[in-house]
Design a protein. Structure first.
Length: 208
């Protein structure tokens, strides 16, 4: 039997998923939690094989909960459910050790299949996908580290909609110096315009 804990702050979703899983002869739902704070204590008490978990919670994220759970049950495996299909969400799931990352629009049978495969030591995340995500993250970290303090300041002001001349005035530097910083930012971020540079920086979490 595969022991499963469900962690989701939407009660209807949690109850519906529990009902579906309980219909399977080889699956046992041994508990449900609705928050990151409640997840680890529940796992400690029930010792599940699989934790099926939402990605976003009012008090944190699924990866936050996974980190706490691993400290008390290192062998626990995770199936993440999310409506967030962004690269940053995928990366966080991979770094948290997810065996599967399933969009919430998928059918219940997909979740059941994921639980069985992950419990058996498998993964629904292709090794090539994992390698690609981790490689891109290393590239981004390299770009982040390569930005100077001045370039970061220019980038932040650009994101606020200031023109190059307005940035020069606010920073107390020349217009030509601002243009030099912007050209450097474009090169380091692989951008071809101020708009693209800001968009790329937001995707990389360099700015809010």
């Amino acid at each position: 039997m595969i022991r499963v804990v469900i962690v989701d702050d939407h009660q209807l979703v949690s109850d519906g998923l529990a009902m579906v899983l309980r219909d399977e002869a080889d699956l046992v739902v041994c508990g449900q939690a609705g928050s990151v704070a409640d997840a680890a204590p529940l796992v400690r008490d029930t010792k599940p094989d699989i934790v099926v978990m939402d990605f976003h919670f009012p008090d944190g994220t699924g990866p936050d909960a996974a980190a706490a759970i691993r400290r008390i049950q290192p062998n626990a495996r995770f199936v993440f459910l999310s409506r967030d299909d962004s690269e940053s969400a995928w990366l966080a799931a991979v770094e948290a050790g997810a065996g599967a990352f399933i969009h919430k629009s998928r059918a219940a049978d997909d979740v059941i299949d994921a639980v069985r495969r992950v419990a058996g030591g498998g993964s629904l995340i292709a090794p090539s996908k994992i390698a690609s995500l981790l490689s891109r993250n290393r590239d981004r970290n390299g770009k982040r580290d390569s930005l100077s303090a001045r370039e970061r300041e220019v980038l932040k002001l650009m994101s606020g909609g200031l023109s190059s001349r307005e940035i020069a005035g606010q920073m107390g530097i020349s217009y030509a110096t601002v243009r030099t910083h912007i050209r450097s930012l474009d090169t380091k971020l692989g951008a071809h315009s101020k708009i693209e540079a800001v968009a790329t920086a937001r995707e990389m979490k360099l700015i809010d």
